[in-house]
Structures are given as C-alpha cells and as structure tokens.
Design a binder for this molecule. Sequence first.
Ligand SMILES: [Zn+2]
Length: 157
Amino acid sequence: MKIHFDTIPDEGLPVSGRLAPSVFDLTPDDAIKPAHDAHYDVTLYKFSETIRIEGTLKGGFDLQCGLCLKYLPYEANFPRWNSEYEFDEGESGFDLHEVLREDFLMALPQAPQCEELGQSNCPKRALLTSIQEKAELEDVDDSPEPDERWDALDGLK
Ligand SMILES: [Zn+2]
C-alpha cells in the first residue's frame, strides 16, 4: 500500500487497515504462520528525511516451538508500536505494508518455545530435562574418590 509523502499533513495522517496473510509472504514450512488478517491503526508523521509511524498492531499467528516443532497460536498485540522509515530526496512515497510486515516479523518472539506460547509443558523440554538430570547424576558418580592416602598419614602422627 503506497503512501505518498505529499498526502501526509503536518498534524499526521491516520491510517488503519488489514494485512492479509499473503502479505507476509512466508512459506508453509516457515516457523511463523499468519492465522488471519492482521490489523493496524497508526498515524504517520512526516519529518525532513523520516516518516514516523505510531499506533497499534494486532495479529493472530501460529508460531512453531523451537524445541518440539509444534505450532501454537499466538496473539500479537503491540499497543504502543512505533517505527521509522527513512527516505531519500528522490523518493515520493513508501509502501506502508512493507514496513508493517517487517516490523511484525521482528516483533514476534524469535524461536519461541511452548512455555512462551502459553503452553505449560513442552514435551521435548520434559525429555531434555530428564536427559540433563540423568547426565548430572552420572557426573556425580564420576567424581574422583576422596584421596585416602592423607588419612593414612594423619594416622601416623
Ligand atoms: Zn515445544
């Protein structure tokens, strides 16, 4: 969605709308899947070389747990979101949806795990924890026996 800089008044330009899942341009096996249209309600302000964008972003996504690879629903809600688009002299406008898309992807949890996605137990984490605990127990078993030769010397005193 192209916004021409000329259309942004000094007091700011309110813009709201939706980003269809296809806007995110992700492959089906990506760790992020837009579940439905995302919403934005923002105001654009123009400065000498920058467009400042302030407002709210909301969207439903299915995010993949980095451990067990299960997809879990995540409601993204950024109520005080802001961003900037820097432009060169020759530019007359910019693609708002492109900026919003990038910011959404940046703001979502990166490589989240079940717990961050509201799931109490990641099946893979339980497995990892039990392996770890087992390794720690084995470490204890491997610790060297206390050296008893000094005890024998003590006995000679
Ligand atoms: Zn998981």
